[in-house]
Design a binder for this molecule. Structure first.
Ligand code: FAD
Length: 402
């Protein structure tokens, strides 16, 4: 099954992962077609944290200057007590992160990152993204792969990549139904214009407010014009996993009753119809997500809880590694195996660590919590295994680049 020199890759999903993969492939001169179910390109209004490992890929795509216009560079993660705001632990970011890991740590509005990636893709190929195109499944043989769209169209190519998110149709075909386990947490999200808040409400940091059975994360976006709020709260009943489910503001207010005045000020400034809440489900890592001609990427491959703020970073890394494998290998099955083997252990480790962090950020016993922070030594260990990783140069499993 020798590969033609320019295999056509079909990508399902124009989220952050699908667009990054498309840009990384096009940059190498490899043709791509992206099929997105939504009628317009876009992302939800929320923040995303992007560490050096992902920023290296974004810089390599030529986005450095445009990113600088819109990102916020936090100076640290600060873990504070929910009621007194006492600082319990600090992980330096800023110059320290850049020095240790070779690129900065950014807070970015998801819509801004998505727009930059879409622009980069469309600049290289103005016709490669098809909207209103919902994938339902695929078939493959030794000559190629055919994508089935809901409107009856068939699209053929050499490789299929399911970058269609947590409820991936492509994953369902490759792996069958995936059992989910409810974490017991729901996530509130909201974005607040900072002109509604006192100017000195918070330094340029990512604050994690740690309390019993819940925690909250706050950070600035868009040159400090917006504040991102995420509240992670134990909730008895699993509910919808949709990111766009609006819930009553009064329920959010009640969830954080008795918390520090800073949190009350932020919650009070949230639009009453701008509170979103959704269930956080866990899915165990799998040990195979590819066939001979089809594979998965981002949340479709390794859905990741938000407690390490690294799900999108993994999708961005996937895009770069997949493109490197397709450029390096002589045939599609070898390229997909190399991609999968290069990504499996790392993404599984991120899924595991994200799951474990849920409890780390909750105060049950304060002394125990401080000991756990100290023992984890996150400043050092996260750099060593997570942030210093370089998707542009890391050796590929079983593939030699020319
Ligand atoms: P998605 O972003 O879900 O994109 C999938 C795309 O596929 C969508 O455009 C969708 O419309 C399309 N699609 C779906 N089905 C079909 C179909 N059948 N046919 C065609 N198109 C289809 N990660 C970080 O790195 N940093 C963070 O700070 C961070 N914070 C987070 C906070 C919260 C509360 C949560 C829940 C997640 C967070 N994440 C974070 C994780 C991150 O958001 C995801 O890992 C990331 O968005 C995954 O990108 P993706 O491209 O794989 O999937």
């Amino acid at each position: 099954m020798k590969m033609n020199k320019h295999p056509l890759t079909i990508i399902v999903g124009a989220g952050i992962g699908g667009l990054t993969a498309a840009a990384c492939l096009l940059k190498r001169g490899l043709p791509v077609r992206v099929f997105e179910q939504a009628p317009t390109l876009g992302e939800v209004g929320a923040g995303i944290q992007s560490s050096a490992n992902a920023v290296k890929v974004l810089y390599d795509l030529g986005l450095r200057e445009e990113l600088e216009q819109t990102v916020v560079r936090p100076q640290a993660f600060e873990f504070r007590r929910f009621d007194t705001a006492e600082l319990m632990h600090r992980i330096p970011l800023g110059q320290e992160h850049e020095r240790r890991n070779g690129a900065p740590y950014f807070h970015i509005h998801r819509a801004d990152l998505h727009e930059l990636l879409a622009k980069a893709v469309l600049k290289m190929d103005p016709h490669c993204i098809a909207l209103d195109a919902r994938a339902t499944g695929f078939e493959e043989d030794s000559d190629g792969v055919t994508l089935h769209l809901a409107d009856g169209r068939r699209e053929t190519g050499d490789v299929l990549v399911g970058a269609d998110g947590i409820k991936s149709a492509i994953r369902a075909q490759i792996l069958g139904p995936t059992p989910v386990s409810y974490t017991g947490d729901v996530a509130w999200r909201a974005v607040i214009p900072t002109d509604r808040l006192p100017a000195d409400i918070m330094d340029t940091v990512s604050t994690v407010w740690c309390g019993p059975k819940k925690h909250a994360v706050m950070y600035y976006l868009r040159a400090r014009k917006l504040m991102n709020f995420v509240g992670l709260v134990e909730h008895a009943h699993p509910e919808n996993e949709s990111w766009t489910q609006v819930r009553p503001w009064a329920d959010l207010k009640a969830d954080f009753e008795g918390w520090h005045p800073t949190i009350q000020t932020v919650i009070d400034a949230i639009d009453r119809d701008g509170c979103y809440r959704y269930a956080l489900n866990n899915r165990a890592p799998v040990d195979n997500w590819s066939t001979a001609r089809a594979t998965l990427l981002g949340d479709a491959a390794h859905p990741t809880l938000p407690y390490l703020a690294s799900g999108a970073a993994m999708a961005i890394e996937d895009g770069e590694i997949l493109a490197r494998c397709l450029a390096a290998c002589d045939n599609v099955p070898d390229a997909l195996q190399s991609y999968q083997n290069s990504r499996m252990d790392r993404t599984a480790a991120v899924v595991r660590e994200s799951t474990e962090n849920r409890d780390l950020y909750r105060i049950e016993d304060e002394d125990e919590m401080r000991r756990a922070f100290h023992a984890k030594n996150m400043s050092k260990t996260r750099s060593e295994w997570l942030y210093s990783y370089d998707p542009l140069t890391v050796p590929l499993a079983g593939a030699k680049e020319h």
